[in-house]
Design a protein around this ligand. Structure first.
Ligand code: ATP
Length: 744
């Protein structure tokens, strides 16, 4: 009987869903027609606007269908309201859709009319009698999950002949228990009331979202990005939305959420990719990362950007008429200081030749020379290769990678680091910079921690001014300094560039860095230097900042707080807090919370709502256990959990054991062929392919991710690995949805 009832309800919903898809196909036809007409009609008045909207809806729906056919349907929610409000059901979907009469058929989840779907509770039903979530596979409805919000209301409705049965076990629990795969999924169907408030917060100033592990901070922030695009598409599409997360692995984990909501106009960048055209993927060791992240590096970069280019000429001599003119160190020093005082280094390029000519002209004393005058002098000088070569070699246009490479020289570093860095700190930095080579692309040579330094240099150097085309052959423009830098560099490069690399202007300009909205995830981990870098992208933006201080891996929180405050200037802050852990089973989270308490982390402890009956398992090895014992115990643990969950398994290891454990995995035949088809991925940092179910990660790699099962190898070593090892281990212990085993 109960099954029959469910079947009947599912069939009824299928009828509606079929209608939605038919309507969508019509939108598709309209969209194609629009494309054929070259958009000419789209801009004309009311009718054109409607056709254009059809096209947009169709495109968004196509993207969603491609991405999520196997998981989530376009239509996911239904509300039955008090007849006094509306006796007809209202449907909520990932996009909005109208029928032929332009009446609403499906409400976009972000529209004000859909808010009640998320905000109604039994205590405050807002006129909602029943909330229903439709579970679908592609176009097929496979189940419904109902929630009763107003029992008296339903009884009254049934008296009036409306049938509103309650079926299913609750959408949230069904959603939370599903097996995890390699991607984060959208939660549109089950957004909870406290999350909805953060998603729909007005877009002014800064919205902060805090909460303990697994409370949905990341997924909520992404839905907020989609909400902002919906509410003010023009502004956010034109200005851009930047989402910054901790790692490439994390960005790949979250990259499907926004497209599955129909949004693609968002830049997802890991901290190693925030600067255009730069892509760093590896971390420095913790001691080096701590130095490179500290606010002192801003001063170091400022000083570096003001140094004379190593290897540049220090003197210029020329005969003109009856005079021997000399620019020696002292005179050049004066010109340098004068130019530097006028603004950013590259911005002075157009003034360089003029300033040098001034200094030379002051030395012209002979009668013949004075009589011929300054104009003639300028013309003569500017037609001499030796003068132009000198000018450009002495004050070359500089890009940030070239200047960063200056720091590989110990003497240079000692000079600029005076009073800023200890000898030991300089030694640690040199270890990572000694092999920098300015003639090779910079990205593969640098660590994630170097990227903010490059950005700092970009801003300290300034952009190289572009020369207007009509000034090309104008000698006056040349004197004014509008030299064609590219052409002249070719000559001077031959002599002065370290390896003959011709200088090219960077493609990106610091003026193009700004976004309309900046969303920072795992914000507790940003170093002061990273805050400065991200801050530059959001000077005029609204912000969403997401984090949990107890999960922080930055050792000097006060320094970071100051940098964060500076990045946000005096923007108004609206704070939201999430209090339910949707990831971990209650058993796993109790274990992690007890750990946090034991080691003295000041953790924000959310409630975990889902019980599985599976307690975490601790496998204890004797202190003198051999490598073979550790491997055997790890293998047993991994095979055990891999056999009991159908989704992903993470093996978390100390950094120093990473390659060792990867080698083990490669030699375990069971893993390659286990019953559930698990295949070992070799090392997460090389981007395992999509169907790999088992991955090896270090503690820091796990930030923001989740797995059905986690096996932690030697947790004590992870804790001892860095100054913030306890927080890292706490992160690791909060990654599993179903099973947690530690092998210690
Ligand atoms: N309302 C919801 N409905 C269904 N699933 C949810 C909901 N809220 C969160 N989740 C799920 O809970 C898990 C944790 O979410 P998320 O990763 O966003 O949490 P977080 O607060 O960023 O975690 P952490 O700080 O530990 O990295 C995800 O699988 C997410 O899909």
């Amino acid at each position: 009987m109960a099954d029959e009832l469910v079947e009947r309800e599912v069939a009824a919903e299928q009828t509606f869903v079929d209608r939605v898809y038919r309507q969508l196909e019509q939108a598709g036809v309209a969209a194609q027609q629009l494309a054929r007409e070259g958009h000419s009609r789209g801009r004309l008045g009311h009718e054109g606007g409607l056709v254009e909207r059809d096209a947009m809806v169709f495109q968004a729906a196509k993207r969603i269908a491609q991405l999520d056919a196997a998981h989530e349907g376009l239509v996911f929610g239904r509300l039955d309201l008090d007849a006094a409000i509306d006796a007809a059901p209202r449907y909520v979907g990932r996009i909005g859709l109208r029928d032929d009469d332009h009446e609403s058929l499906l409400i976009d989840w972000r529209a004000p009319a859909a808010a009640v779907f998320y905000q109604a509770t039994a205590a405050e039903p807002h006129g909602v009698l029943r909330r229903r979530v439709l579970r679908s596979t592609g176009r097929r409805v496979v189940g419904v999950e109902d929630e009763l919000l107003d029992a008296d209301g339903i009884a009254a409705a049934e008296e009036q002949g409306r049938e509103l049965p309650i079926v299913g076990e609750g959408a949230l629990m069904a959603q939370l228990s599903r097996a995890r795969d390699r991607s984060m999924h959208s939660i549109v169907a089950t957004i909870q009331a406290e999350q909805d408030k953060a998603i729909r917060a007005p877009s002014r100033g800064v919205v902060t979202i805090s909460g303990g592990p697994g409370t949905g901070k990341t997924v909520v922030a992404l839905h907020r990005a989609a909400f902002l695009l919906y509410t003010d598409r023009q502004r956010y599409e034109r200005g851009g939305v930047l989402v910054v997360g901790p790692s490439g692995v994390f960005m790949r984990y979250i990259e499907r959420v926004l497209p599955s909501l129909g949004e693609t106009a968002v830049a997802l960048r890991s901290l190693g990719e925030v600067v255009d055209e730069v892509r760093a993927t590896r971390h420095d060791e913790p001691a080096v990362a701590d130095i490179k992240g500290s606010a002192r590096m801003a001063e170091l970069m400022r000083r570096t950007a003001r140094q004379q280019a190593p290897g540049s000429p220090r003197e210029f001599r020329v005969f003109w008429r009856d005079d021997r003119l000399v620019l020696d160190r002292g005179k050049l020093g004066q010109v340098r200081r004068q130019l530097m005082s006028q603004g950013l280094r590259n911005k002075q390029l157009p003034r360089v030749s003029h300033a040098l000519l001034d200094a030379l002209w002051r030395q012209v004393r002979g009668e013949r020379g004075r009589e011929q005058g300054r104009e003639r002098f300028n013309e003569d000088m500017l037609s001499r290769d030796d003068f132009l070569d000198f000018a450009l070699a002495w004050w070359p246009p500089l890009d940030a990678p070239t200047v960063l490479c200056w720091l590989r020289d110990p003497e240079f570093l000692a000079r600029v680091a005076e009073g800023l860095l200890s000898g030991e700190e300089q030694r640690l930095l040199l270890k990572t910079w000694a092999d920098l080579d300015p003639s090779r692309p910079i990205s593969p040579q640098i660590a994630i921690e170097d990227v903010p330094l490059l950005d700092e240099l970009r801003y300290a150097l300034g952009d190289v001014p572009q020369k207007a085309d009509d000034e090309r052959d104008d000698p006056i423009a040349l004197i004014e300094g509008a030299v064609d830098i590219q052409e002249l560099m070719t000559a001077s490069d031959r002599e002065f560039a370290p390896s003959g690399r011709a200088w090219r202007p960077p493609v990106s300009s610091i003026e193009d860095d700004g976004y309309a909205h900046v969303l920072v995830d795992e914000a507790q981990d940003l170093t002061p230097m990273q805050w400065r870098m991200v801050g530059r992208r959001g000077r005029t933006a609204s912000w969403t900042i997401v984090g949990d201080p107890a999960q922080s891996s930055w050792p000097v929180p006060a320094e970071s707080d100051a940098a964060r405050a500076a990045a946000l200037e005096r923007k108004q802050i609206h704070s939201f807090h999430l209090s339910t852990n949707y990831r971990n089973s209650a058993e796993i989270y109790a274990h992690a919370a007890a750990y946090a308490e034991r080691v003295g982390l000041d953790a924000d402890l959310p409630d975990a709502v889902r019980r599985t009956g599976e307690e975490p398992v601790a496998v204890e090895l004797p202190a003198d256990a051999s490598a073979a014992d550790l491997e055997a115990a790890t293998r047993a643990a991994v095979l055990d959990v891999a056999g009991r969950v159908s989704g992903t398994v993470g093996i978390v290891v100390p950094v120093a054991r990473r390659s060792e454990v990867n080698a083990w995995l490669a030699s375990w035949p069971e893993l390659a062929h286990d019953a559930a088809g698990a295949r070992a991925a070799i090392d997460s940092s090389v981007a395992p392919s999509g169907d790999d179910r088992v991955v090896v990660l270090t503690g820091l790699d796990t930030k923001g991710l989740e797995f059905d099962a986690i096996v932690v190898v030697r947790p004590q070593e992870i804790e001892d690995e860095s100054a913030t090892g306890r927080a890292t281990l706490y992160v690791v212990l909060t990654r599993a949805t179903q099973l947690l085993t530690t092998v210690g």
